[in-house]
Structures are given as C-alpha cells and as structure tokens.
Write a protein that binds this ligand. Structure first.
Ligand SMILES: Cc1ncc(COP(=O)(O)O)c(C=O)c1O
Ligand SMILES: N[C@@H](CCOP(=O)(O)O)C(=O)O
Length: 544
C-alpha cells in the first residue's frame, strides 16, 4: 500500500485538512474531526486525495484490515498510532450482525445489492458512526488524562436527523464519558420505529429534540449553532452529521470491500469497471464513492438516486443548484407515507423519508473538487487551483444562502462532473412498483430508500448494458419503514411483516418509555437549551 501524494511536515498531504471555503488549512485529522465544521462555514477536506497505487493487493483483507489500509492514508500516526487505529476499527465493527460487515447479495443478472444495514441501528449510518463514536472517545480520553472536574474537555455533540443518523449516533455515543448528545429531528416526519429507536434511549447524556419543521430546518439550526458559538463558551461543539469528515472517510471502505466481493465470486475480473448506484440525500454516501474512485477503484459511474426531493437530479441535468418547491403530491399520484403526507416549504414528504432533504450538505465538497479540477484544466497550479476552488465555493454558497440557488456553473465544469456522475429521480409510485416487483420475482424485501436505488439501477443498466456490473447500495433495513413496505406488499398473499421483516430488537420498542423535548424552530432557542443542559451535566459531573 502506498500513496503518491507528496509528503510535507512529515505527513502525507492527505492527512492534513483544509476548508472548502478557504478560511482554514493545515489542520490535523484530530482537529478536523473534533471541530466538525470549519469556522468559515465550509467543510473539511484532505489537502490531497491519495492514490492507492497497489489497491489490488487489498483483495483478500478482512473488512477491518481493509479499513485500516484506507484510513491510514488519511490519518497520520501522530493523530492515531497504528495499533490504536486497529483496535478502534476492531471494536467499531464487532457490533455488526454480519460476518462480512456489509454483505453483497446477488439480485439478478448484473445487479447486486450491498446491504449496509447490519449494524446496531439497522441503517448504513452505523458503518461510520460506530467508528466516529469510538474516535471521539479516544481523543477525549487522551485529552483528559490526569484532569478532573471542570478541567476535563467535554464534547457537546449536536446533530440533525431525518431518522437514521440520530439513532446511529445515539447508539455510538450513549453512556460515553465527557460527551453530551443532542439530536434534532423534524416532528412527525420520521417513521415510528426511527423515532422510537431514538427517544427510548434514556441514558443521561442523550437528548432528543423534536422541531416543528423539516430536516433542512434541523440541519440549518445545527449549522447556525456551529457558526455562532461564543468563543469563550465552555461548550466544545462536535458534529455527527456527514459534515464531519470522519463520516465520509469510514464510508469509503465498503466501496472497495464490495468490489472485492464481486472479484472473489468471479463476477468480475480485477480492474474491470463497475457502476455504483446510491440512494442520495445529504450526498455523504455517494461522496465516499467519489473518493474511492479518485483513489483508484475502477468505478465507471456513480449514479445518484433521488426521490421526489430532487435538487441533485435537477443539478446534473441543468447545472443549476436550486431549492425549489416541488409539485403537489397529487400531480404524481403521491401516496400517504409513514408520517404526514403534505409538504412544506418545498420539502415533500415521501415514502423514503430519510432522503427528504432539500439542500445536500456534502455537495459542497464535490463542488470544491469540480471547481479545482476546472481550474487545473485552465492551467493553474495545485495551490492556485485550491484557492480558486475555495473562492468559487464560497461565492456559490453565499448565493445559495441569499437567493436560494447558484449556477448555472460553467458547462466545462459540469462536464467534468458528468464524467463520473449520472442521476435519476424516482417517484413514490415507482418506489412501490420496484418493491413489489423484487418481492414477486426474487423474494427480496427492499426498504423504500433501497428501492429508490434499485429503480435507478435498472435505468442505469438499460443505458450501460448487461456487461457492466451494478452495485446498488441498500441503506436501511425494511423494518424501519413498516407503512411504506406494507403499502407496497399488503396485497401479496404470503407477506407477513411481523414474521418476515421485524427483527427481535424492534419488538415492543414502540411501547417503551420515552424521553424527548419539543423545541421551537429557532437556533437561538436550541442553543440556550443546550447551554443550560450541558451546564447541569458538568455540575453533576464535577460534584460526583
Ligand atoms: C436510509 C437512508 N438512505 C439514504 C440516505 C441518503 O444518504 P446520504 O445523506 O449520505 O446521501 C439516508 C440519509 O441521509 C438514509 O437514512
Ligand atoms: N438521512 C439522514 C440525514 C442526515 O444525514 P447525514 O448523513 O449528514 O448525517 C438521517 O437519516 O438522519
């Protein structure tokens, strides 16, 4: 394993972090992870994407050995010594129910499904959040050695969820010392099981806040809190959403792992190109695929699969990134879902609620790279292209904030992106149809997000042909979305949700004791609540 990235300051440049908006550079992995969001509102990125020139030699590694090889390219041994990183990875994936961590299932012909939901909370978020929980703990233990009471570094984690990040983060951080966790979710807009997975966790360091609004409102509140936190505050705010670089990093692993699984079953020869299809909301999962490709994995295309909240699909078609109210549900034969069926302020409630997102955080990271590559093709050197990329991103995101849109971006820049990305928009009726079709033809029960992906994969196959293998990412277990799955399969003769879908862990969950707070849709309000609660926890901690 090696990286052809040049070395500076004794580390690979891929182990030093900068902000997409140019306001921060030279950060260590530890600082990038603990800060979460850059002070200029940008997102952290490695200064360079490492090329793994001998990635093929990783073929027979176990999931955690592979994770170690990949993560070592981005984390210096100063940040985490190798033995410690290996231990953290072993612990993070020991909680998964599948031996392979992320098994690959053959659906039909050249279509494979990558099951990412075998972690504790039954969604793909566990693949990164078990790891993030453990590295937060690792950094805190190191910082707090020999310290007591108020001198200890306390991390206040604030996250927004449309249903899955919340429970994965809570499971990764519950009961951990020196951490308080606050998770914001949109009231009535997540499935009953997703809600119960969060609000029935009664550990004292876990706080669920429900907001009258959409996921984007929750995400905006989180970003505002990061942007406005008083510098003299005792609170060190940490991020669990995919704005945190560690989330993206850990997700790169399963792109390589699933590729090797195809090689090992002789479905492809090593070096052959494949397509990945990714149900997309905040653009974190598919961005990890982009890193895998840049590192050398033979990916022909990454297919973005959106539901009817389709800002990304519209971007790939037009080059303009624009928040826009979607048409009425009735116009497309919209269907009642796990929550409310109406849509407010442009965000429609669909059968795949975790993807009901208007603005995709991580798209900013991709835009940085596209702007940078565009600048390189125009003759700029590496340093100037970094500056130009950051300037473009800062101005696009300023425009998004003030006008609700940016673009159209230059056509040549869009074409650079289109070399790697394609996109598909999948409606609710199409999601239902695919769920039914796969149940009837191969007996597989897809969750609605994975059904969005498989629908997009079928369209991609019709373009790319039968010779290109497709790996479609399955992002959640169907039991989390009983109404949507029931809606698709209720007429099937032998379908029995309780017997065929519901895991033991979910039985009785909806009847358990709950703890949550309803909060006004205002970041100032949430900040005050946070400060008060953390102060109480710190007082209790220093007196115990
Ligand atoms: C089940 C499920 N599928 C897909 C997505 C979209 O993933 P991403 O936000 O990484 O694009 C999410 C959440 O974001 C999710 O919870
Ligand atoms: N779908 C997510 C939304 C948050 O995305 P993240 O990947 O940025 O944490 C969820 O389920 O919460």
């Amino acid at each position: 394993m090696s990286s052809n990235a040049p070395i500076s300051e004794g580390r690979g440049r891929s182990q030093i972090y900068l902000s997409t908006r140019g306001g921060a550079s030279g950060l260590s992995f530890e600082n990038a992870v603990l800060q979460g969001l850059a002070p200029d509102g940008g997102l952290f990125l490695p200064s360079e994407v490492p090329i793994a020139s001998d990635w093929e030699s990783w073929k027979d590694l176990s999931y955690t050995e592979l994770a170690f090889q990949i993560l070592s390219l981005y984390i210096s041994t100063v940040d985490i010594p190798s033995e410690d990183l290996k231990n953290i990875l072993n612990r993070s994936y020991s909680t998964f129910r599948a031996k392979d961590v992320t098994p690959l299932v053959h659906l039909k012909d050249n279509l494979y499904l990558l099951e990412l939901f075998h972690g504790p909370s039954y969604s793909f978020k566990d693949c990164a959040l078990q790891f993030l929980g453990n590295i937060f703990e690792y950094f805190l233990v190191r910082k707090n050695q020999g310290k007591a009471g108020r001198d200890r570094h306390h991390l206040t984690v604030v996250g927004a969820t449309s249903g899955d990040t919340g429970s994965a983060a809570i499971y990764g951080l519950r009961g951990k010392k020196d951490v308080s966790v606050f998770i914001l979710h949109p009231k009535g807009r997540i499935s009953p099981i997703q809600r119960a997975q969060m609000v029935t966790v009664l550990d004292e360091n876990v706080h669920n806040l429900e907001i009258e609004g959409t996921f984007d409102d929750c995400q905006d509140i989180v970003k505002a809190i990061f942007g406005h936190f008083d510098t003299d505050s005792s609170l060190n705010i940490g991020a669990v959403n995919s704005i945190n670089w560690a989330r993206i990093l850990a997700q790169i692993v399963y792109y390589f792992h699933s590729y090797f699984q195809l090689v090992k079953t002789n479905s492809i020869k090593i070096g052959e190109k494949v397509r990945f299809v990714v149900p997309t909301g905040n653009f974190g999962n598919i961005l990890a695929g982009y890193f895998a490709q840049r590192m050398g994995l033979p990916i022909e295309k990454l297919v973005v699969a959106t539901n009817e909240n389709d800002i990304l699909d519209r971007f790939w078609r037009s080059g303009t990134y624009e928040k826009q109210p979607v048409k009425g549900a009735e116009a497309e034969g919209g269907l009642e879902t796990d929550g409310v069926k109406a849509h407010t302020e442009g965000c429609k409630e669909t059968l795949s609620p975790a993807m009901d997102i208007l603005v995709s955080s991580n798209f900013e990271r991709l835009m940085f790279y596209l702007a940078k590559q565009f600048a390189l093709t125009n003759g700029m050197d590496d340093e100037s292209s970094n500056k130009k990329g950051a300037q473009d991103v800062a101005s696009w995101y300023q425009s998004l904030k003030t006008t609700g849109k940016f673009g159209p971006v230059p056509q040549d820049l869009l074409e650079i992106g289109r070399r790697t990305f394609e996109s598909e928009r999948v409606s609710d009726p199409q999601t239902v149809q695919t769920t039914k079709a796969y149940y009837e033809s191969v007996g597989y029960i897809l969750d609605p997000h994975s059904a969005v992906g498989v629908t997009a994969a079928e369209r991609s196959i019709s373009r790319a042909g039968k010779d290109v293998s497709h790996i479609s990412l399955s992002t959640a277990h169907p039991a989390k979305f009983s109404s949507a799955v029931g809606l698709a399969l209720e007429d099937e003769k032998d379908f029995d949700f309780e017997a065929k879908v519901l895991p033991e862990e979910f039985r009785g969950l909806l009847q358990k004791q709950e703890r949550l707070t309803t909060v006004e849709n205002s970041w100032e309000h949430v900040r005050e609540l946070l400060k008060k609660q953390v102060e109480e926890e710190l007082k209790a901690g220093s007196s115990s």
